[in-house]
Unconditional design. Structure first.
Length: 328
């Protein structure tokens, strides 16, 4: 059962600075799974910043997402202010009942359902999701990169009221996505734009699913949930196939490079994706302190005393600083 404990997240350098000092500009934040080599933002017209977001801009961004994510033609797509915005509304799509979350995973799913009086169960196998009123799977999973096969998920979908598949990290593993199956009743998919494209501050994501569920989310979200600049940048970036291909290749190489680098200090890889890696470091508190003294921020977890997650450095200067920090 979810215990209602307080949540913590990566990405808050204020915590790092309060513990280890320094100025924000001195820190390298590897506590998230956000690509540190961002898609290059173009100049936007004054109208995009001045005017309310239009239906045409929303549709252009949705159509770009449909193409990029290979979404089924009969599925509905709703741009949202990051996948987190949709997560907050998910418990209100059905009457409260049993919500089963494949865990350990991103902690906001269980918290959102618990806050709306659902009976939350954090389970460790796909089979344990069966019979839930709502079941949640993060695929690939955060923080261990666990991969659930699409066929297995579709089998589970037939046994639950609503299957939510959070594909926030699926850009780096397109074959794992269920977007081609979206549109069927009882299946809702969340996608995050900001992680792979390195623009998390833009707050853009998508809810993809059957028309009725997406319409309910849209009603909960209000008339202008996503800013005009976010819609414009999202539409352009999602259509940049050359950047996407080059980024896939770079991230895959960099993930291997990071594994080799940390192995030199005895850390053991236990999972991850090409946007983040999870390591068994023996003593997570000591490892985070070692990195923190060198102004490199990492991610620990309340459910483990020996795991640390690292994002990938974004350039040679950051790689050299990480190597120095690991040397202690």
């Amino acid at each position: 059962m979810h215990d209602g404990r307080s949540l913590d997240h990566g990405g808050d350098l204020g915590v790092a600075i309060s513990r280890f000092g320094g100025d924000r500009s001195e820190w390298i934040d590897l506590s998230t799974g956000i690509n540190r080599v961002s898609w290059p933002i173009p100049s936007l017209s004054a109208e995009v910043w001045r005017d309310l977001p239009s239906a045409a801009a929303r549709d252009a961004c949705s159509n770009a997402a449909r193409r990029a994510y290979r979404v089924a033609a009969d599925a509905a797509i709703l741009p949202v202010a990051g996948a987190q915005a949709a997560i907050q509304h998910l418990p209100r799509l059905r009457r409260p009942g049993r919500a089963a979350v494949l865990s350990p995973t991103y902690n906001e799913h269980a918290s959102a359902f618990a806050a709306e009086q659902w009976r939350v169960e954090e389970v460790t196998t796909l089979d344990a999701l069966r019979g839930a009123d709502t079941a949640i799977v993060v695929n690939p999973n955060n923080p261990d990169g666990r991969r659930s096969e699409p066929g297995a998920l579709l089998d589970i979908a037939g046994t639950v009221g609503l299957l939510v598949v959070d594909e926030s990290f699926a850009d780096i593993d397109p074959d794992v996505s269920l977007c081609a199956q979206a549109g069927r009743d009882g299946l809702l998919i969340l996608r995050s734009f900001g992680k792979f494209y390195g623009l998390a501050g833009l707050r853009l994501g998508f809810a993809i699913g059957a028309c009725d569920d997406v319409a309910r989310l849209q009603a909960l979200d209000g008339p202008w949930p996503v800013s005009g600049p976010a819609l414009a940048i999202g539409a352009a970036a999602l259509g940049d196939d050359a950047w996407v291909g080059a980024t896939h290749a770079r991230l895959a190489a960099d993930a291997d490079r990071l594994d080799r680098l940390v192995a030199q200090v005895g850390w053991r890889s236990v999972g991850g994706t090409s946007l983040f890696r999870l390591y068994d470091v023996g003593d997570a508190a000591a490892a985070q302190q070692r990195l923190g003294r060198a102004r490199v921020w990492s991610r620990r977890f309340p459910w483990s005393t020996n795991f640390v997650r690292l994002g990938l450095p974004g350039g040679e200067v950051e790689w050299r600083r990480l190597a120095h920090a690991l040397e202690g």
